[in-house]
Design a protein around this ligand. Structure first.
Ligand code: ADP
Ligand code: MG
Length: 618
């Protein structure tokens, strides 16, 4: 029952602009109006709580600070009630009729810069109070200010051009009651399950109790805003399960708060299992972006690098709506900055873990190391930091034990200028192959790498602490002379040269060169790649992927060991029995290729071995 006639006001031009866009927008997530109205209710309640702590008398002080949501199905309305600060008449005009407030201001700015991509912007900022007009043909705001002296007021608008304010004689409780009259198309929002779902999704962390009808919607504490010392381990674990919708326990977490250069409150969790390894397909980003406890985007791209997609959790930055200046969050320099700061901080966290809790780190490495490798191979920004986190077996570790590149260098002699690695299926394969012996004879450590991705890692990393990473199966290795004692009597130089020339002729185009090896100790021969950084398996893999065009010119070199009895015998044999020698040399070459993992089809080789056996059995 109103006493005075309603007074009519025009919206400020900018407000009308926002309203027109909101009303005509095809933006699909209309439901965000619930998030926006609850967040306003929460802001107003928070302000009231501060006032109650101060000196000024507060109207109806001491009430429960609850937010309530209710609905009617026919005609369809949704009502939001808070016991916050309410609004005076001037405040109604100022807050709901002009665009001085933060949310819509940022929206307008983004709009002006973003042109036609408005749809996105609505979702990313919400447009505050006005988002109600996406679904409503009328909105009523009943409000009573916190000040002792005050009027009971109703603000009403249909979103077109103007609004009215009138006093009502009904005595209102302090705070604000907003009735959203739904358009026919959006009646479906006035349903219990629907509202519950929306509130749980977007407003789970509002710090005041929310009720929907008679039911309390459980809100969860926004523990990322609390200080680390106040949060218990169980609270972290519970929160992880809630936020990530997970059944496992987090294997570790990083709770990180900073004020400068950006306001960040973040809580990052690492799961205990790698879902991609379990065959669930590619993981979507799982760290959600919040602004002061209100969800902005649950799967924001660009907030963290792709290779950290296994992380779950929350990043909250109160800087977001104010600083955002582009039409899309992904391009925003603010998001890029958050990304930089968070990634660096998380890598530091892993580094500390590797130092202080080595076993825990190894466990992490074995499950999630592949993502860090992906990071090195795809993202140069953090390559150096990631390089420190690599762990491999090596010729100096026991089976199953891992070393860092730094520890490798700590063990190496000062003169050593390179870090060597060899790849193979597993430790046994590398140790049985012909490549390791040269390093062993010289007391040089070699990293063992087992996965194809590790080769990409070595290539992209290139060096560590200014020492080059070098594949151990390439030709131009300068390993220095092996200690004398290890080597036996060699074939005289002239005979050796003669033999290599003959072998080259016998093998023809299959080899680029045949030469006398300085590196071999126990094996008669080895094939070596000409390519400094690319092993032969890698080359083969790229060929299988149809990447031939990107490959440097192919060439394998066969090196023979002039100290090996088989080679010494061959030197005599190729003169006396050239035909037999050809079969033998073909077999030596195939054996060397097999050791290098390069023999694709063993058919010819098997036939040849039978031939050789036949002769041996004569
Ligand atoms: P923002 O929340 O970013 O300021 P909104 O468009 O959501 O922008 O709200 C505009 C303003 O209206 C708020 O800043 C606040 O002053 C006022 N307001 C909205 N809802 C309420 C409410 N429930 N209680 C008190 N004031 C409110
Ligand atoms: Mg708001």
């Amino acid at each position: 029952m109103s006493t005075a006639t309603p007074e009519t006001f025009s919206f400020q031009a900018e407000v009308q602009q926002v309203l027109d866009i909101v009303i005509n927008s095809l933006y699909t997530d209309k439901e965000i109006f619930v998030r926006e109205l609850i967040s306003n209710a929460s802001d107003a309640t928070e302000k009231l709580r501060h006032l109650e702590l101060g000196e000024d008398p507060v109207f109806q002080s001491g009430k429960d600070l609850e937010i309530s949501v209710s609905f009617e199905e026919d005609p369809a309305t949704i009502t939001f009630i808070d016991r916050g600060i309410g609004m005076t008449r001037d405040e109604l005009i100022e807050n709901l009729g002009t665009i001085a407030h933060s949310g819509s201001k940022a929206f307008l700015k983004a709009l002006q810069e973003g042109g036609s991509k408005n749809e996105n912007v609505i979702g990313q900022f919400g447009v505050g109070f006005y988002s109600a007009f996406m679904v409503a043909n009328k909105v009523e705001v009943f409000t009573r200010s916190w000040r002792e002296e005050g009027d009971n007021l109703v603000w009403t608008s249909e979103g077109a051009g103007n609004y009215t304010i009138e006093a009502t004689e009904d005595s209102l409780d302090r705070g604000t009651k907003i009735i959203v009259h739904l358009k026919d198309d959006y009646k479906e929002f006035a349903k219990d399950w629907k509202l519950k779902e929306i509130i749980k999704r977007y407003s789970a962390f509002v710090q005041f109790p929310i009720s929907l009808g008679d039911e309390k919607i459980n809100t969860v504490q926004a523990i990322w805003l609390r200080s680390k010392s106040e949060v218990t381990e169980d609270e972290y674990k519970e929160f992880y399960k809630f936020q990530a919708n997970a059944w496992d326990e987090p294997s570790h977490w990083l709770h990180f708060n900073a004020d400068a250069p950006l306001a960040i409150n973040s809580l990052l969790f690492c799961p205990s299992e790698n879902p991609e390894k379990l065959g669930f397909g590619r993981t979507e980003p799982g760290v959600s972006l919040y602004c002061r406890k209100v969800l902005i985007d649950s799967k924001p791209n660009g907030l963290l690098p792709e290779w950290l997609r296994f992380l779950k959790g929350v990043v909250d930055s109160s800087d977001i709506p104010l600083n955002i200046s582009r039409e899309s969050m992904q391009d925003s320099s603010l998001i890029a900055k958050l990304n930089q700061v968070l990634t660096k901080r998380y890598l530091k966290h892993l580094g500390d873990m590797a130092k202080k809790k080595e076993e825990e780190y190894f466990k992490f490495w074995n499950t999630f190391g592949v993502y860090l490798k992906e990071g090195i191979a795809t993202d140069f920004t953090h390559r150096e930091g990631l390089g420190k986190l690599l762990r491999y077996e090596s010729s100096a570790t026991e089976k199953g034990k891992l070393t860092s590149l730094q520890a490798y260098l700590d063990r190496a002699k000062d003169e050593q200028k390179e870090i060597y690695f060899l790849n193979g299926k597993n430790r046994e394969a590398i140790e049985a192959g012909p490549y390791l012996e040269a390093f062993k004879a010289r007391g040089l450590e070699v990293l063992y790498i087992y996965e194809p991705i590790d080769e990409f890692v070595m290539q992209h990393l290139g060096q560590f602490d200014e020492k080059k990473l070098v594949a151990g199966d390439q030709k131009d290795l300068e390993l220095g002379d092996a200690p004398e004692a290890e080597t036996g009597e060699a074939l005289p130089e002239e005979q050796a040269t003669d033999l290599t020339a003959w072998i080259k002729e016998a093998l023809g185009d299959q080899v680029k060169e045949v030469e006398v090896s300085k590196r071999l100790v126990d094996s008669p021969a080895v094939v070596l790649s000409d390519d400094k950084m690319m092993s032969q398996q890698m080359r083969q893999m790229m060929q299988q992927m149809g990447q031939d065009a990107n490959l440097p010119e192919e060439g394998v070199t066969l090196q023979i060991n002039p100290r090996h009895p088989l080679i010494k015998n061959l030197a005599a044999c190729h003169i006396d029995r050239a035909e037999d020698a050809k079969v033998i040399v073909a077999q030596i070459f195939d054996n060397a290729r097999m050791a290098a993992g390069l023999l694709e089809d063993p058919k010819d080789m098997i036939a040849r071995i039978y031939k050789l056996l036949e002769n041996a059995a004569k």
